[in-house]
Design a protein around this ligand. Sequence first.
Ligand code: GLN
Length: 447
Amino acid sequence: AAIAQAKAVEPKIHSYVTLDEEGAVQRAEEIQKKIEDGVLTGPLAGVPAAVKDNLCIEGQLTTCSSRILSNFRPIFTAQAVVNIQKSGAVILGKTNMDEFAMGSTTETSYFGPTRNPHNPEHVPGGSSGGSCAAVAAQECWYALGSDTGGSIRQPSAFCGVVGLKPTYGTVSRYGLIAYGSSLDQVGPVAKDVADCAAILETLASHDVKDSTSVKREDIRFTDALKADVKGLRIGIPKDYIGEGLDQEVRQALLDVAKLLWKKGAVVEEFDLSLVKYAIPAYYVIASAEASSNLERFDGVKYGYRAGDYEGLHNMYKKTRSEGFGPEVKRRIMLGSYVLSSGYYDAYYLKALRTKALIKQAFDRAFEKYDVILGPAAPSTAPKLGESLKDPLKMYLGDIYTVAVNLAGLPAMSVPAGKDSRGLPIGMQLIGNSFQEKTLIRAAYTFE
Ligand code: GLN
């Protein structure tokens, strides 16, 4: 059914970079046999899934939606993918994304944009736009995404699906092609909160191959699937409902707050004004790390290499000039600039200090609240083409998501109705480190 649906809607939506129909049917048959033989059990056995194209799968194209990796077939599989494979996922293919996960609309993909299944004139969000569109259009039952500054939560909001960015260190980054290593986390995109909890349960694991992987004790996330928020303390940052927030999104937020209050939660507004520095700090840190991480794409070891060059330096230059798109080049230049001597202290170091202050502000907030509630994005999905014209405006659209990554916190995006144009609205729940269960419980109550 998933393959038939993908074939029917792909010409319009373009969620996938690679759709592996034959491989998927073969895997499904193997898994079916294992299920019948009783060697594979569990809720995810045989469920069709999709994987963002920045997660390596051995022998399969893994492009990061970039020309520079357009022919890259890794020799190993990302740990997050191994985990879902062990649970019996039938992986249908690799999903489209913004090039190297840099963007908020999936329009910076070398392979062309993905469209929003709710209205193809609009973007699906990004950078995990392919994963979220694939779930929304029922081209798979769940998908993996990655979130460096909102890339799971914002497209989940735009596509009307549930997305969760786990606490930093919960899901192994081994085999995830790095963007901003100190911020990147892999997470699930699903149709509802219960599915999301079950997938997270399989994704979370300690991995010695990722030095930032955390050994967590209680990862039975499905235990938290109880519609009960009695006594839960919920804070709404004043800065998250003020200027710049679309009226309909604001109303949806107030409706969710009211519902949670009616069910027994304590809901109040509070001051988190430091988050206004999150965007500049995030774009300095993420670009700095990206400029370093993307050095390896030089045409020597793997990926695209330009033809017709004169000498080694000219080969590097031509390969990178032809291989990277404009948004990636912008980030590499910005990142190299803020790391260069003379500017390091003024930009990079200052951004790190800001990051520490933001973490402290969240620590203080979590002394008073169990959950922070806010929108996932300032508006619903914009039309195709609107965001590419003005990169700065696109960066500002990440206002509600990037602080979470700077602080390493878990957060999820949950559908909360639609706007008057029929486009989904998503609410964001932010929790203290390792408190995914609290988020799942609150989300389960209002979804
Ligand atoms: N939109 C943000 C950026 O472009 C976030 C991307 C992400 O989370 N990968 O950097």
